[in-house]
Structure formats: structure tokens, C-alpha cells
Design a protein around this ligand. Structure first.
Ligand code: SF4
Ligand code: SF4
Length: 83
């Protein structure tokens, strides 16, 4: 599937355990990434400093769901199941 605009759920809902630029300890689940822009796009997209974990992530129906709210819920469920 294509990444939907005005979403950003995968930059908020999951925890990221590895370092991100400006976030050396990564981020907690539910915490917006420092690099998530107001329009919910990634400020580091296409830049070499974008973390590999982000570059590897591909939109998929079982994670992204049918809407932003659905994605937040699905990712939060996955997060809780793997905590
Ligand atoms: S959760 Fe999926 S649709 Fe939403 S921004 Fe991330 S990749 Fe795109
Ligand atoms: S670096 Fe970009 S893609 Fe990765 S979590 Fe932050 S905003 Fe999202």
C-alpha cells in the first residue's frame, strides 16, 4: 500500500529503542518523533541522517490500517503485545 498523507502514526505510536538525531535514547511509545513536521511528514525524509529503521519501514495494511486513528490503535496494540 501507499503511505497515506496526514498520518504520521508510525512516527508517534511505536517506541523506537535506537538513537534518532536529537533523541539519543530513541523515543517512547506515543511520543511524537522530534522530526515529525506539523503536516505529519518526516523532516529527514531522503536525508542520510534518517535512521535506518525508518527507511526500512514499509507501509502495510496490517500496520497502517484503514485510517490514521486505526493505525494508531493497531500500532499501539502491537507495541503492547511486544513490550
Ligand atoms: S502508519 Fe502507515 S500510512 Fe501512516 S504514516 Fe506510517 S507508513 Fe504512512
Ligand atoms: S525520523 Fe522521520 S520517519 Fe523516523 S520516526 Fe522520526 S519523523 Fe518518523
Amino acid at each position: 500500500m501507499e503511505c497515506r498523507s496526514n498520518c504520521g502514526a508510525c512516527c508517534i505510536a511505536p517506541s523506537i529503542s535506537g538513537p534518532l538525531p536529537g533523541m539519543p535514547k530513541g523515543k517512547a511509545a506515543g511520543e511524537p518523533c522530534l522530526h515529525l513536521l506539523e503536516d505529519l511528514r518526516c523532516a529527514l525524509f531522503g536525508k542520510p541522517e534518517r535512521p535506518a529503521v525508518c527507511a526500512r519501514f514499509q507501509p502495510a495494511a496490517d500496520v497502517c490500517g484503514s485510517s490514521r486513528d486505526n493505525a494508531i490503535w493497531l500500532i499501539s496494540e502491537l507495541e503492547a503485545a511486544t513490550a
